[in-house]
Design a binder for this molecule. Structure first.
Ligand code: ATP
Length: 365
């Protein structure tokens, strides 16, 4: 296996800049995911790694090998696309064997042995004689994965492989893919627009925006420590507040937001400086009786003692999600999303949050 470096890669199509100075280092054996909204450059990055696109500037390296000019078939990568792209006139086994057209099976195996091993790996033993059309969408995608892995490639590239499947199947398949990836220890670059999927399967994630990498980190980093407002709002739901620093006291900083003072963990900013911070919907809790200092319950049932921050909000609507209720509210005309254990009783809601739940972020939307 091998590590992958994307070094200062830009890609322009005429006037369109698809990639602007993208640099990524993906470790040997890592499951690395590119996530971001439509058009942010995920697929272009993956296609440049596969060799289907050549960067306008910059380099791509597999280990010590610089890949400029190396055609896709000589790059030793396995690729799975959104459309399974199985050949309908070939059996499942023949489809998997097609993955061996440029390369003999590894370890001196025969083609039949290799195909049987791979069908076993993707949990489809015994289906080799069938037509792809006789398999479900999830099974067909596993055949496509077996075909990609057949020549024992040094890199696995997956471009939105789950998006044609329904939600339940997607969840199962992504865990199967993750398991196979980690059993094989194959360096993997995964592309998805689904941030939940990215958090669920990846060792590390890069959030892309407008052809650039916005932030790279573990799923926990991306969710708990987003560096920018864009990441804070793209990865999971968030409430972002902008205001000006009014002062510091001990461990806290007061930020005036729309004329109201809110307390956050102390930040390194001078008085009057503008700051933006985010508070997750599950970090907001209902505070009974507004100003009486009584406790509130967070979505996970924790109780907040006399929360420092009290926001009197108007409920717009509530969605029952089963394990929680998502309440859409407004506070001083701003949208506020709150995750609560129960439906709110009336149209007015006072919520609080612990200053330590607020996380400062950079930048605009
Ligand atoms: P999606 O999730 O919609 O697939 P993406 O993040 O994968 O989006 P890319 O397909 O990489 O985005 O596209 C990045 C940008 O480059 C877009 O603005 C797209 O329109 C543009 N682009 C991609 N391929 C070409 C091309 N062959 N010619 C011109 N522009 C292109």
């Amino acid at each position: 296996m091998v590590d992958l470096r994307v070094d200062a890669v830009s890609k322009r199509y005429g006037e369109t800049t698809a990639l602007a100075d993208v640099s990524l280092t993906i470790a040997d054996g890592e499951f690395f995911t590119l996530v971001g909204p439509s058009g942010c450059g995920k697929t272009t990055t993956l296609r440049a790694v596969a060799g289907f696109e050549s960067p306008t500037t910059g380099e791509i390296r597999f280990g010590d090998r610089e890949m400029t000019g190396v055609p896709p078939e000589d790059r030793d990568v396995g690729i799975v696309f959104q459309s399974y792209a199985l050949f309908p006139h070939m059996s499942v086994a023949e489809n998997v064997a097609y993955g061996l057209r440029f390369r003999d099976p590894p370890d001196g195996q025969s083609v039949d042995e290799r195909v049987a091993d791979l069908l076993d790996l993707v949990d489809l033993s015994g289906t080799g004689e069938r037509d792809p059309s006789e398999l479900s969408g999830g099974q067909q995608q596993r055949v496509a994965l077996a075909r990609a892995l057949a020549p024992n490639p040094q890199l696995l590239l997956l471009d939105e492989p789950m998006s044609a499947l329904d939600a339940r199947l997607r969840e199962r398949l992504r865990q199967q893919v993750k398991q196979i990836q980690s059993d094989l220890g194959i360096t993997t670059l995964y592309v998805t627009h689904d941030q939940e999927e990215a958090l669920a399967v990846s060792d590390r994630v890069a959030v892309m925006r407008d052809g650039r990498v916005e932030q790279v980190g573990t799923p926990q980093d991306m969710y708990r420590r987003p560096e920018t407002r864009f990441v804070a709002e793209f990865v999971g739901e968030n409430n972002v507040f902008e205001g000006r620093v009014a002062g510091h006291a001990g461990e806290t900083t007061t930020v005036t937001v729309d004329g109201e003072d809110l307390l956050i963990s102390r930040v390194d900013a001078t008085e009057g400086e503008s700051v933006a911070f985010c508070v997750r919907p599950e970090a907001l809790s209902v505070v009974d009786g507004a100003a009486d200092g009584s406790a509130g319950d967070t979505a996970d049932g924790r109780t907040l003692d006399a929360p420092a921050n009290r926001l009197s909000a108007d409920v717009e609507y509530a969605e029952f999600l089963g394990e929680a209720v998502r309440v859409h509210a407004t506070w001083n005309g701003r949208d506020l999303v709150v995750r609560l254990p129960d439906e709110p009783n009336d149209g007015a809601l006072t919520v609080g949050f612990d200053p330590r739940s607020a996380h400062v972020v950079e930048g605009d939307r």
